[in-house]
Every structure is written in structure tokens, then in C-alpha cells.
Design a binder for this molecule. Structure first.
Ligand SMILES: C[S@@+](CC[C@H](N)C(=O)[O-])C[C@H]1O[C@@H](n2cnc3c(N)ncnc32)[C@H](O)[C@@H]1O
Ligand code: SF4
Length: 467
């Protein structure tokens, strides 16, 4: 057996690594997006109407798709734009969508405990535009004073004005910011067309700290061109030295059939599967050594951070933005491609700007795709998310919740579970199913065992690789 690396007492063979480096979902949702179908906007209104009847807290997500240039690795939903009038138009429609949605929720809105702006690059909007959006949200929803208000920030967009926009975010009530860094090595940055000096990332970070943002996250990606374990360690050391509260360490998701610009990254510049895994292991080892706690697959947080606390208490949640606090059960998405998770249904807005504008011009909410989860979906979602968030399934908790014996219910899955046990990924006892330290590194491969849709398709789907 060629041992690629060791972690604790477990070892990972190259054969196993290659076997598990297959195309599988990231399970930010279950059922995963390819299973969603066309959805009538009235079905969405039906879901929203259910929210009227209670006072459960709400989470809001606003998608701002614009970017000035395209980073070659990018897998996000992006609209390249250099004309300010396009952004102004978008903001006006976003305000309309907020009004139209809030109208469905009645006059006694639920408290909002979480607002996240993602993109694209939300900080490409002007201070005045961001103010208008926040004013509209506050007008139509009741913000909880202790809520989490976060924005994804491209450091390059807030360097230009010496911190004025960052300060403005603080004034608008944002208490968390997330900065895209990816890699500090100029050679990697050139290869992905994202030049962002380490000094500028550091300066942005220090400004945000000085302004008193309660939580700062930095995004990194491993598996990018020209990365090696040695070069990426330098990025990790620089980033860990800043002491951000959270670090997202994403595996490069290569999905060129969805994002054709990724084809501009030659395959032969990418690290091999083995090297990519080594880069991850070394990065993880150093972050743990620096006092970070590993949460799920790709997030790290300092022990006193609320996300780390949620992990330690077993209340970590997973949604489209990755691991989050479970501050609200329902999520409403605004903007093109935005996804909501509302009363047991996933709902996604149209993907094209023109369709988004046309729908709102007609006074119709732009939701067009989604799925209403049936009992089986909900049960499997619970299992998959428990495994992704906490690395184990408590079989008696399953029984209590779903009135079924775990092993009997998942009898079809037993051979796959046993295979994962013999590969050293899982420990299976009468009371729980638990990922081993090695299994944690392949947790998507464990989650996939419970994906009934992929089972029906013989395990074949178009997703990024699992390692
Ligand atoms: C919307 S962007 C962050 C905000 C801003 N646009 C920026 O780049 O600084 C969200 C994050 O997704 C991650 N990301 C984008 N494309 C990815 C891919 N193909 N694979 C893995 N992570 C990716 C990056 O780490 C990026 O910072
Ligand atoms: S990584 Fe950020 S800045 Fe780069 S294209 Fe994607 S969303 Fe835009």
C-alpha cells in the first residue's frame, strides 16, 4: 500500500484517495440542486404564507452578482460588469423583490436574526446603494439586535477608498465580514487572474479589526494552479498570523461544464489528487496547531467564535453558504439565482438578469425552481447534515425523531456502510455511526451513502471532485 499521508493512527492509501476523489455533491442542500424542478411562483407564495402563522426567526440572503473581473477559478454566480447603471438597475429591482416578498408575509413580520450579502461582490455596490437596500430591509423586516449581519467583501474593492466603505458597512449594522484571499502567492494569483497583494489583504483585515467588526472570516482555496504543500503553507502561516475568527478553506471546485472560464486554467498546472490532498492535510495540521478548531469539512474557527461553540455544542448548521449558526429555520433569498429554504422547500430564483427583471416587471416573484421536501427527503437531509456538521449520527435520536430503527431503515445502505467501515472511514455501533479521523476528511463520501437520488442514478452525477 502506498501511504500518501497519515493522520492520527489512520492512513490513507493512494488507491483509496483516488477512489474517493469522485464527483459528488457538497451537500449544502439535500436533495441537491440537480434534483430540483420547475416551480410555479404560486407554490413559493404558498410556502411564504405559511410563515405568516408563526413568529419563528428568519434568515435573509441577498445575492449581488456583479464583479469587475473574473477570477478564473470562480464557481460563484457572477455577472461581469463595469457599467454602474447596470448595478443601479439591479438595486431597484432588488428593492421591489423585497417589497413583493414582504407583502406575502403579512403585517407582523418575524424577527430577522441573520442577514448575509453574498455574490459576486456585494461591495461593488456604492455606499448609497447598500444603504438603500438595508433601509428597505429594516423597513420591511424586524431586525433582531443580536443578529448576525454579514457581507462578503473583496478586499480589492475596499482598498480604493482607504476604508470608507468598510466603515460604512459598520454604520449600516454589519457585524461580520468575510474577505476573499484564496492564496497569497503571486504565481498562483497570476495563474487565476486575481492579483491581490498580501499587504493589501493584511491592511484590509487590520482596518476591519480596528473598526470593531465582531467576526472576520477569510476565504482560502486549495487545489489552485501551481500550489504545492510548501507554497500553500506560506499562505496559511500568513493568514493564521492575522488571527481571523474563522477561515474557510475551500477545495477548488472544478466545474468547467458550468463555468467555462475555468477551462482557461490548464490541467497540467493543477496539483495532482495526491498533492491536493497533501496541501489540505498540511494546511489543516497547521491551522489546528494555531489553535483553530476544524468544523465540518472546510471551516476553521477560533475556540471562542460562535461557530466553533455551535460545533462543540452539536448545533452547527449547513446551508448554501457553508457552515453557519442555526439562528433561523427559514431562509429567504433575494436576487438573481438566490436560494431560499422555506418551510421544507428549497426555492431558487431565475438565473438570468433579464428573466429576473421581466418577472418583477410583471409583479411576479422571480422564484422558478425548487423542490418541496417529502418525508423521505427530510429524513435523509437530517442524516446527511448531521454527518456533515457533527461527524456522527445518534441512532436513538434518529429513532426518536423519525420513529424508525436506523439500521433497519437504511438496510439497503448497509453494504456501503460496511465498505466505509473496512476502509477506516466509519465506526458503526448499535448506538451510533461515527466518522473516524480519516472519515472526517472524506465526509462527503460518507454523506453520499444516504443520497437516495444518486443511488437511483447508480452514483453518477455532475459535481466537483470529492477531495
Ligand atoms: C463570492 S466569493 C467572495 C467575495 C468576493 N467576490 C471575493 O472574491 O473576494 C465567495 C468565495 O467562494 C470561493 N470560491 C469561488 N469559486 C470557487 C471554486 N471554484 N472552488 C472553491 N471555492 C470557490 C472563494 O473562496 C470566494 O472567496
Ligand atoms: S472569486 Fe469573487 S471576485 Fe472573483 S469572480 Fe468570483 S465572486 Fe468575483
Amino acid at each position: 500500500m502506498t501511504t500518501c499521508d497519515t493522520l492520527g493512527t489512520e492512513s490513507v492509501s493512494l488507491e483509496m484517495l483516488q477512489r474517493y476523489d469522485r464527483a459528488i455533491p457538497r451537500y449544502t442542500s439535500y436533495p441537491t440542486a440537480p434534483e430540483w424542478r420547475a416551480l410555479d411562483p404560486d407554490a413559493y407564495i404558498g410556502q411564504l404564507t405559511k410563515l405568516r402563522q408563526d413568529t419563528q426567526p428568519l434568515s435573509l440572503y441577498l445575492h449581488i452578482p456583479f464583479c469587475k473581473s473574473m477570477c478564473l477559478y470562480c464557481g460563484c454566480s457572477v455577472v461581469l460588469n463595469r457599467r454602474p447603471e447596470n448595478e443601479e438597475r439591479y438595486v431597484q429591482y432588488l428593492l421591489r423583490e423585497i417589497d413583493l416578498t414582504a407583502d406575502q408575509l403579512g403585517s407582523n413580520p418575524q424577527p430577522v436574526t441573520q442577514v448575509a450579502f453574498g455574490g459576486g461582490t456585494p461591495t461593488k455596490l456604492t455606499c448609497e446603494q447598500l444603504t438603500r437596500i438595508m433601509e428597505k430591509l429594516r423597513e420591511r423586516f424586524a431586525f433582531d439586535a443580536l443578529g448576525e449581519y454579514s457581507m462578503e467583501v473583496d478586499p480589492r474593492t475596499v482598498m480604493e477608498d482607504s476604508g470608507a466603505k468598510l466603515a460604512h458597512l459598520k454604520d449600516l449594522g454589519f457585524n461580520r465580514v468575510s474577505f476573499g484571499v484564496q492564496d497569497t502567492d503571486p504565481k498562483v494569483q497570476d495563474a487565476v487572474r486575481r492579483r491581490q497583494s498580501y499587504e493589501s489583504s493584511l491592511e484590509t483585515y487590520e482596518r476591519a479589526r480596528a473598526m470593531g467588526f465582531e467576526g472576520i472570516n477569510l476565504d482560502l482555496i486549495y487545489g489552485l494552479p501551481f500550489q504545492t504543500p510548501a507554497t500553500f503553507v506560506d499562505t496559511i502561516d500568513k493568514v493564521a498570523a492575522m488571527r481571523p475568527d474563522r477561515i474557510a478553506l475551500f477545495s477548488y471546485a472544478k466545474v468547467p461544464w458550468l463555468k467555462p472560464h475555468q477551462k482557461a486554467i490548464p490541467d497540467d498546472t493543477l496539483p495532482s489528487t495526491e498533492d491536493k490532498f497533501r496541501i489540505y492535510l498540511e494546511a489543516r495540521r497547521r491551522l489546528l496547531g494555531e489553535g483553530y478548531i476544524a468544523l465540518g469539512m472546510d471551516h476553521f474557527a477560533l475556540r471562542n467564535d460562535p461557530l466553533a461553540q455551535a460545533y462543540l455544542k452539536g448545533t452547527l448548521h449547513r446551508n448554501f453558504q457553508g457552515y453557519t449558526l442555526a439562528l433561523a429555520q427559514d431562509l429567504i433569498g433575494f436576487g438573481v439565482t438566490a436560494i431560499g429554504d422555506c418551510r421544507g422547500a428549497y426555492i431558487q430564483n431565475v438565473k438570468e438578469l433579464n428573466d429576473y427583471y421581466a418577472s418583477l416587471d410583471a409583479g411576479v416573484l422571480p422564484a422558478r425552481r425548487g423542490i418541496v421536501l417529502d418525508h423521505e427527503d427530510q429524513l435523509r437531509r437530517w442524516v446527511i447534515h448531521r454527518m456533515m456538521c457533527q461527524y456522527y449520527i445518534d441512532k436513538s435520536a434518529f429513532k426518536e425523531r423519525y420513529k424508525a430503527d436506523f439500521d433497519t431503515y437504511f438496510s439497503v445502505e448497509q453494504p456501503a456502510i460496511q465498505k466505509a467501515v473496512s476502509d477506516g472511514l466509519l465506526e458503526n455501533s448499535p448506538t451510533e455511526l461515527r466518522a473516524t479521523p480519516t472519515g472526517r476528511l472524506f465526509v462527503r463520501n460518507i454523506a453520499v451513502i444516504f443520497d437516495a437520488y444518486l443511488q437511483k442514478q447508480g452514483g453518477v452525477g455532475r459535481f466537483s471532485k470529492g477531495v
